[in-house]
Design a protein around this ligand. Sequence first.
Ligand code: SF4
Ligand code: SF4
Length: 84
Amino acid sequence: MVARVTDACIEPRGVACRRCGEACDSDAIRFRPMGGGRHATLIDPELCTGCGACSPVCPVSAITLVAAERLALVEGIAELGRTS
Ligand code: SF4
Ligand code: SF4
């Protein structure tokens, strides 16, 4: 399993949270500046062990665990939605 952040995450809206990053012992979660105090919450699938520690601490249930082999498909569909 691999963790995935959904659009429900509040960091890209300028709300400081980062609880998932604090819970991740594998240092798999990064926050990339987007300007204006907003950040993109990114999970490195190479570092994520699928332990699930980041999911219950999220106040808006923005993290889901998906099978590693499904991640590329899910991300591909999300990308199509952004570009169409
Ligand atoms: S599932 Fe575990 S290793 Fe993966 S991002 Fe969440 S806390 Fe980190
Ligand atoms: S805990 Fe949830 S809302 Fe907070 S930064 Fe992580 S994914 Fe976003």
